[in-house]
Design a protein around this ligand. Sequence first.
Ligand SMILES: Nc1ncnc2c1ncn2[C@@H]1O[C@H](COP(=O)(O)OP(=O)(O)O)[C@@H](O)[C@H]1O
Ligand SMILES: [Mg+2]
Length: 283
Amino acid sequence: MQLASAATFESFQMTHTKIFMFVNNKGGVGKTTTSLNEAAALAEKGKTVLFFDFDESMNSTFHIKLQNSNEKSFTSSSLIANPNINIIDCIVWGTKLDGVALVPSDGGIKKALEERVRGDANALIEVAMNLKKALHSLDGDVDYIIIDASPSMDMLVKIALTVATHLVFVVDGSSYAEQGIVNMLNSDEMKFVREHNPAQTILGVLLNKIDTRKTIARINLERTEIGGLKKLPLYIPERNEIDVNTHQQEFAVGKGKEGLLADSYRNLADILITQSVTNKEAA
Ligand SMILES: Nc1ncnc2c1ncn2[C@@H]1O[C@H](COP(=O)(O)OP(=O)(O)O)[C@@H](O)[C@H]1O
Ligand SMILES: [Mg+2]
């Protein structure tokens, strides 16, 4: 049973599309903010991105969705609740960002999953497999998929992690955020992910909300490893304008956006692009 399911997961490996997820089981470190601005930065570089809101809090859907759009779609909840729904019917193509499409969340995703799984481990594997298959059907149609999930290490996050091809851990420099990485790496959920998604790559740790005037920020910047993982060679500065962006549903990256914050997101996009190139693509 175990071998059969692992073999089937393998058969849905993407050849072109990369699925990124910014993770930490501590909330508030900036996963959603980073995900949104990376979608903007990748789109600015001419890449096509599908933003997948897998969080019942709907933060990113709220941020990225056009207010006056009459484009209707199913949601990430419908995709989880009903295996017969086509992922194409869950995509909103027009968002606030050119080149970024959205699978919106409607707040019911956790309940939809609980109802499908009902404590049955095989049912959970089946949901993950269906999602993997659905995303696989988009292989080559979009360059990058970014999944935004909730911080809690629950079944939903476990499923998202099982389909993601690349992870970036986000920390805000606090010891609790570092502990969040360690907890996550040692969790039963990650054991499940490694078993069913052995090809997944951890790109490293991103330092977010860095204020270089603070000693703790400077100490963290000098480290090469955080939580036992490689630190990425850049950081995202702490900026109040991020909160204003969130409030006004804007982005730190885009036409006319200059400065360290926008450039950091752009540099991170370059790192994501180059570090996720497969040997086959490089050849
Ligand atoms: N680089 C940054 N500088 C300042 N504030 C930030 C930065 N990144 C995120 N934030 C703020 O931190 C809070 C949590 O961010 P969020 O992306 O929602 O975290 P998560 O998704 O990890 O829970 C938000 O108020 C957001 O505006
Ligand atoms: Mg979030």
